[in-house]
Design a protein around this ligand. Structure first.
Ligand code: CTP
Length: 447
């Protein structure tokens, strides 16, 4: 019996897929079809697949050509499968010519002519509801946002607003989008959603104006510097069916989400301590070092660190103490100790003091170690007293990692979801509250 194997995502199954499966089956007597798992596709940056793995498997089965359907879940699996299933022929569409020649060591490789004029990408584009996004601010982070949004469904960046006309125009030219620098309302008129990446102190005003104009908002960190402002805007958004999301990029990245679910499922027992650290040295006289622009280590870095602490221990801490080293009116270093009824946490933040930017989550059975930079998590390890039980977890962290927050934002808009379990409104308000306490110098100590 001649066994044939082929692989694919088979999203929105179309005629090209059916032709391919028919011809693959004709090459032998038994056809195995490998369908990619959702996590495998996500892991290789294919974030826009419409059908989930069960739907895709069902669609492949319904063609009647597959004798067996298997799930492709890791890189290198094809070699394992070919040997495990004793496969004679590996078949794939001609768009892959040459890419799978390395499999010739294990079986015959056949490239079948691809059906012209149809693809899943084409079908996705046809059914896709596109939302026009305007970016407020044209700095470093905004520049990273544009290419990252290109891999996310439904997101189309169409304009940029910056009060600095030259910056807006340069940005507009670079990304072929429309620049605005005078009238914010005119900028809002042409879009459906806004990404706010302007200086900290402008976040509240821009977010409010955008929401009042009926636009969905994704706002960079620090989201708000006052809890009351955060609450007011979330309430408004909720009441008007608008999506408002804090762009806490780590909160939406797959590895961090997995870490949280592992901790919640008890792999290290009860969590007793969370230690996080983040430092980025700033030398030139920039906004980060400017007290009048709410610079400083806390305002810069507390949002991500507090997010992690709150995700792991909740928002109901009993006490927070701050210890800061001040230079020219800004904290170049702050350590915050946060006390919970049954746990402790601390975050060590620097813009003029360098620290090891790792995270350690300690529990009654073991601990999780995330090496620096923990906020760009692509690896962590669960460690136990008995080291033979240690387990390492690896992930891909694609691009600048912004794609995950953009995807969550777009998915909330498309699916009319007003809240994200990855970063709840109450948690975002609690983060703003800690920042506000610091800026009000509550339990504050200068060192
Ligand atoms: N295929 C084909 N003809 C097409 C589209 C796909 O023969 N018009 C083949 C591919 O070469 C592959 C299999 O179908 O062997 C599964 O491809 P998949 O990547 O799932 O489909 P695409 O439509 O190419 O998807 P995408 O647009 O997401 O790349």
């Amino acid at each position: 019996m001649i066994k044939v194997i082929t692989y694919g995502t088979y999203d929105l199954l179309h005629e090209g897929h059916v032709n391919l499966l028919r011809r693959a089956k004709e090459l032998g007597d038994y056809l195995i079809v490998g369908v990619t798992s959702d996590s495998f596709d996500r892991g290789r940056g294919k974030l826009n697949v419409r059908n989930n793995v069960l739907e895709r498997v069902e669609a492949v089965k319904a063609t009647g050509y597959a004798d067996e359907v298997i799930i492709e879940d890791y890189l290198g699996q094809k070699i394992d499968d070919i040997q495990r299933y004793d496969v004679d022929i590996f078949a794939i569409g001609s768009d892959w010519v040459g890419k799978f020649d390395y499999l010739e060591e294990y079986c015959k490789v056949v490239y079948l002519p691809r059906t012209e004029g149809i693809s899943s990408t084409m079908l996705r584009n046809q059914i896709e509801e596109v939302f026009r996004i305007g970016i407020v601010g044209s700095g470093r982070i905004a520049k990273r946002f544009v290419p990252e949004s290109a891999v996310v469904n439904s997101a189309k960046i169409t304009s940029v607003f910056d009060t600095n006309k030259t910056s807006a125009e340069l940005f507009g030219k670079k990304f072929d989008i429309k620049p605005y620098s005078d009238c914010f309302e005119a900028f809002l008129n042409d879009i459906d959603a806004v990404y706010i990446a302007s200086p900290h102190l402008t976040h509240y005003d821009y977010t409010k104006r955008a929401l009042y104009a009926g636009k969905h908002v994704l706002c960079e960190i620090p989201f708000m510097l006052k809890a009351e402002q955060a609450k007011e805007l979330y309430d408004y958004a909720y009441g008007h069916n608008l999506v408002l999301l804090e762009a806490s990029k780590t909160a939406f990245c797959p590895s961090f989400n997995h870490l949280v679910t592992l901790v919640k499922s008890g792999v290290i027992g009860d969590v007793v301590d969370v230690k996080t650290s983040l430092s980025k040295m700033v030398y030139a006289p920039t906004r980060e070092l400017d007290a009048t622009q709410s610079g400083g280590a806390m305002n810069e870095h507390a949002p991500l660190n507090m997010m992690a602490i709150i995700k792991l221990l909740g928002k109901d801490y009993c006490k927070v103490n701050f210890y800061s080293k001040i230079e020219n009116g800004v904290d170049i270093y702050t350590k915050a100790d946060i006390c919970y009824p049954h746990a402790t946490a601390s975050m060590t933040l620097g813009i003029g003091v360098k620290t090891e930017g790792n995270m350690v989550v300690s529990g009654t059975k073991g601990y999780i170690y995330v090496p620096a930079p923990w906020w760009l998590t692509d690896f962590f390890e669960i460690r136990y007293e008995d080291q033979t039980r240690n387990k390492k977890f690896f992930y891909s962290y694609d691009g600048d990692g912004l794609r995950y927050e953009i995807q969550e934002f777009m998915s909330m808009i498309v699916n009319h979801r007003k809240s994200s379990y990855k970063l709840r409104r109450e948690d975002s308000i609690a983060i703003a509250d800690v920042i506000e306490k610091f800026n009000n110098k509550e339990n504050y100590n200068e060192i």
